[in-house]
Design a protein. Structure first.
Length: 255
């Protein structure tokens, strides 16, 4: 479904990804963990084709994103939903209009079909009574759910979540986690970047720990939680000293 093979990316002179390789199976929910600057969000951007690797190969839905035309890349992107960290809603559009954007930009659908899909997506994230509101009129958690509705409205095969519960209260986070788990029952493949360990353990099938631009550890939830790997233990326990304290990309915003 998703394969990154020896992917390397250098930004502003810093090696963000270094021969990173990982395979994500169809229907799997993979959580990416790691300290800030280890390349988690950069990995998501490679999967959706927003970034191209300096070397290595990215394959999504059987198509190479590093050896493809603009039209072919657009076709793959139309099957990938992306939930940005801040929801990335346009403040001058209503929630319903924001959700409709992917359909208006990439699909040739009748207005009635667009309206129905938007209605269904908003109902899926429990926002069907708020479609006419502006982003500034709803809470942060609701904006995250609106962003998720927009990611789902095109009926994607893959959904990428960048910090879906960041900045949310525990109840709002639980709502997001419930939605992610509901998507798992539909067979959608999901990749989540998060620092929220409660969310990671609640939704993941497997958990990957990124360090120095590579996958340092990749385990199912139980094995990851019980791992004796020093880097995993340092991350889970929030220890200052340990393997993850070496080689950090301090000051980098390339999460």
């Amino acid at each position: 479904m998703i394969q990154l093979e020896n992917v390397t990316k250098v930004l502003s002179g810093r090696t963000i990804l270094s021969n990173l390789s990982v395979t994500i199976e169809e229907g799997e929910t993979l959580v990416l963990l790691g300290r800030s600057g280890t390349g988690k969000s950069v990995t998501l951007r490679h999967i959706v084709g927003l970034m191209q690797p300096d070397s290595g190969r990215v394959e999504v839905l059987g198509k190479s994103l590093t050896e493809t035309s603009t039209d072919q890349l657009a076709a793959v992107r139309s099957q990938v939903g992306y939930l940005f960290q801040d929801g990335a809603l346009l403040n001058w559009l209503s929630i319903a209009e924001n959700v409709a954007l992917p359909l208006l930009e990439t699909h040739k659908l009748a207005k009635s079909e667009v309206d129905q899909r938007v209605k269904d997506a908003l109902r899926e994230v429990e926002l069907d009574q708020h479609g006419d509101k502006l982003p500034g009129e709803i809470s942060g958690g609701m904006r995250k759910r609106a962003g998720l509705a927009r990611a789902l409205v095109s009926h994607p095969k893959i959904v990428l979540h960048d910090e879906p519960t960041s900045g949310l209260d525990p109840i709002s986070s639980s709502i997001i986690n419930k939605l992610v788990n509901r998507l798992k029952t539909t067979g959608i493949t999901q990749v989540l970047v998060t620092h929220d360990m409660n969310s990671a353990f609640e939704v993941a099938d497997r958990i990957a720990l990124l360090h120095e631009g590579q996958i340092h550890a990749l385990e199912n939830v139980d094995d990851f939680r019980d791992s004796a790997d020093p880097a995993v233990r340092q991350f889970l326990e929030g220890q200052i000293s340990g393997p993850l304290s070496r080689g950090l990309l301090d000051g980098s915003s390339n999460d």
